[in-house]
Design a protein around this ligand. Structure first.
Ligand code: PLP
Length: 453
């Protein structure tokens, strides 16, 4: 066993600094501060190498929906590794877990999303979506329909294509992004950009930018629109209720494919199995990852509706695209077992009917704190906007950095993991949170805000 769990924290940190490049990190800064080494987890808690216990308000990276320490997932992985750890005969074979997972996903997914193309992650699945949407139109004799319309500040992943699809300016500033034929319209971020409009007016206005963009580009150039039902990494941006119906109307009117990126919203996060159900969206393609396996193993996929799958099967010929780990038997087996746990233990229903309303009361109470400009929540995902001036929704800058970053550090001191996005704080806890753990979370957030005030 080569794993140095027994080394003291400073030695582990030194090895990490010497050899491990972290994603989305300023390595000079991180190495100077010393990376936190997480050594174990159980339920909704994680522990670091110094023995500190933290309530994981982010479920890892929005993914550990069933919580940590589920032995069933470990057993399924072990058995599958013994039986068939991997096999793929240049994509012309299949395996039992991949077959069964596909059938279960078809049963759970909304509408006629009855087909799955597997990937190893959400980013890869969105790469698949770009190619699949374009290939779909080419197969129908319309190869000029290539442009995918997305939103500013959207997050769709980190590969070159998925990051191009995303609308994160700081990502586009590096590495030669974006790729051609991607276009971005406004995000429905009322708090920051709504000005004097009501949320409903602003939601409509943002959605109508899609129609204007289709008209500007020409209907014959547009393949698809992609959006997260709730923008997660952008800051838990819950759209006004006018937004998605108008987007759906426009996609229907111009017959462009609607891609719902459910990498965060899927598998119970927003109060239903899928965010598309919460917001009444009828996607043609749906991106899944994260909560699909509760993060226990990497797996993602594109769920595809009957009419798209039929065109691809009947007219598309070979779709020249795939990953070594598409339909990986161990990841598929773990995902299937994770779905069984979510389903049989009624975790989605319980989170949505009991825990989310309880959390909502406490979360909305935080809006009374002098530093909070807005508290928003949908199911088990929530955000706070911090401001020194509630009426002006003013940004909160201090010499030490953004309010969000300062509060994130206070949170760690108080035994809580939250994420900071600009001046916001966000949470996306495991769906298995108990009411006492909700109390703990809300009490800790309140304490953090008091410390920052
Ligand atoms: N899409 C959304 C909405 C996401 O939030 C993420 C990751 O946070 C991705 C795609 C990318 O997924 P992955 O990190 O598994 O590649």
């Amino acid at each position: 066993n080569y794993i140095h769990n027994h080394l003291p924290t400073d030695k582990l940190q030194a090895l990490d600094a010497a050899h491990h490049i972290h994603p989305f990190s300023d390595m000079g800064d991180l190495n100077a501060r010393g990376t936190r080494v997480i050594t174990r987890a159980d339920g909704a808690y994680i522990w670091d190498s110094d023995g500190n216990k933290l309530l994981d308000g982010m479920a890892g990276l929005w993914c550990v929906n069933v919580g940590y320490g589920r032995k069933e997932l470990v057993d399924v992985a072990t058995n599958q590794m013994m039986q068939l750890p991997y096999y793929n005969s240049f994509f012309q074979s299949t395996n039992v877990p991949a077959i069964e997972l596909s059938a279960k996903l078809a049963e759970l997914a909304p509408g006629d999303l009855n087909h799955v193309f597997y990937a190893g992650s959400g980013s890869e699945a969105n790469d698949t979506n770009i190619r699949m949407a374009r290939h779909y139109w080419a197969s129908l004799g319309k190869p000029s329909k290539k442009v995918i319309i997305s939103r500013h500040n959207a997050y769709h992943g980190s590969t070159v294509a998925a990051a191009s699809l995303g609308g994160m300016a700081f990502m586009h500033a590096q590495g030669g992004l974006p790729i051609p034929d991607i276009s971005h319209i406004a995000q429905p971020y009322w708090y920051a950009e709504g000005g004097d409009l009501s949320p409903e007016e602003f939601g409509l206005k943002c959605a109508q930018e899609l129609e204007a963009e289709i008209e500007r580009l020409g209907e014959d150039k547009v393949a698809a629109f992609i959006g997260e039902p709730i923008q997660g990494a952008g800051g838990v941006i819950i759209p006004p209720e006018t937004y998605w119906p108008e987007i759906q109307r426009i996609c229907d009117k111009y017959e462009i494919l609607l891609i719902a990126d459910e990498v965060i919203c899927g598998f119970g996060r927003t109060g239903n199995w899928f965010g598309s159900q919460t917001f009444n969206i009828r996607p043609d393609i749906m991106t899944i990852a994260k909560g699909l396996s509760s993060g226990y193993l990497p797996i993602g996929g594109s769920m595809v509706s009957d009419h798209v799958a039929e065109v691809l099967a009947q007219k598309g010929g070979e779709f020249a695209h795939g990953y070594t780990y598409s339909g990986h038997p161990v990841a598929a087996a773990v995902a299937l077992e994770n779905l069984r746990i979510l389903d049989e233990e009624k975790i989605v229903e319980r989170a949505s009917n009991e825990i989310a309303p309880y959390l909502k009361d406490k979360w909305l109470d935080l809006a009374n704190h002098p530093l909070v400009g807005e508290a928003r929540i949908c199911g088990m995902v929530a955000g706070l906007e911090l401001t020194p001036d509630k009426t002006a929704r003013a940004p909160f800058k201090t010499p030490l950095g953004t309010a969000g970053n300062i509060c994130r550090d206070f949170a760690i001191e108080n035994g809580l993991v939250m994420r900071a996005v600009r001046d916001g704080l966000i949470i996306s806890p495991p769906l298995v949170l108990t009411k006492p753990q909700v109390d703990e979370l809300a009490e800790k957030v309140g304490r953090v805000l008091d410390q920052a005030h």
